[in-house]
Design a protein around this ligand. Structure first.
Ligand SMILES: [Zn+2]
Length: 306
């Protein structure tokens, strides 16, 4: 290491951390599967390794960290960042919001000796498609004055939950899909409600009949539940280190803040509460307070098409 106070280091070539991530994913798998099954599954994992996807707005950057980085000091845009430890190596898993500009970005950290570090990674561009939706309830597109107070209050409550940070060493990032069903609206679409531009689609919509059970995709703790103007009946789960998932438009909520959930536990049922055109689950995933494509966490699924 050069004796500079502030170093800029570049992330290693993709091929390098492809291998280390593969190792990482395989070790996750070995918890559940025998070696024979593992070998049979290997080609599929090679193709569908989700966290090896190119860093794009709405995606994830997986950045190998020098061994001497103190994980607790790592920041991206002043937010703490998820760090995974595996075989003596550590990698940052950085959420990139849809508003992220393509180009070079930097993680800030300190070494265990207290040296400042700047670790660079590159974000590429991604163009998301447009979606035009007609909403019958015009109040859900142009809320009345009396709705605005409620909307502002709820926005603060949801933001606080999405900024949740709990320091826990083992964060499960290979998710099980919370509801089986076709994608009715992928992540990232540029949205127009009744031909008026609105925020891009910050989650994945899975179509399923009303009453279908919704299952926790990974272990975590319920941090908030509520009935919100746009999102309807909603549950938020904290999975640790800034990884938070959100479930909206539910017909029923079966958990409370503080409920500990394991993978597959039922948290509620699919519904059509809030701003919807039909029954579906809106599933959001937030990482370091950036909304990212949930599909990236389901190994068997492909991310939203460009
Ligand atoms: Zn949605």
């Amino acid at each position: 290491m050069k004796p500079l106070h502030c170093l800029t280091r570049y992330s290693p070539p993709r091929s390098t951390f492809h291998l280390s991530l593969l190792t990482f994913h395989l070790s996750l798998l070995t918890r559940h599967l025998s070696l024979v099954t593992l070998l049979l599954l290997l080609p599929a994992w090679c193709i569908a390794l989700p966290l090896d996807s190119t860093p794009v707005p709405g995606g994830i950057a997986v950045v190998r960290l020098p061994n001497d980085v103190a994980p607790a000091t790592l920041r991206y845009r002043d937010r703490k960042v998820l760090v995974l430890q595996q075989d003596g190596e550590q990698s940052a898993v950085v959420g990139l919001s849809l508003g992220t500009k393509p180009g070079r970005h930097y993680l800030k950290a300190e070494t265990t000796q207290g040296e400042s570090l700047s670790i660079a990674f590159t974000v590429e561009d991604k163009a998301y498609e447009e979606q035009h939706i007609t909403i019958e309830d015009k109040r859900k597109v142009n809320p009345e004055k009396r709705d605005m107070e409620r909307i502002t209050r709820e926005k603060k409550q949801i933001s606080a939950a999405l900024q949740q940070w709990s320091a826990q060493p083992d964060v499960v990032i290979d998710f099980v899909k919370p509801v089986e069903g076709p994608t009715s609206s992928p992540f990232g679409l540029k949205r127009f409600f009744n031909e008026q531009p609105r925020n891009p689609h910050s989650g994945l919509d899975i179509a399923a009949p009303e009453g279908t059970p919704i299952r926790a995709p990974a272990p975590g703790t319920v941090i908030d539940t509520g009935n919100y103007f746009f999102n309807g009946n909603t549950v938020l789960i904290d999975h640790g280190q800034g990884l938070v998932t959100m479930y909206c438009h539910m017909s029923a909520i079966d958990v409370k803040p503080g409920t500990r959930v394991e993978t597959g536990d039922v948290i509620g049922k699919v519904g059509m509460t809030g701003r919807v055109t039909g029954p579906h689950l809106h599933w959001g995933v937030s990482l370091n307070d950036a909304r990212v494509d949930p599909v990236l966490f389901i190994p068997a699924e492909e991310p939203a098409a460009e």
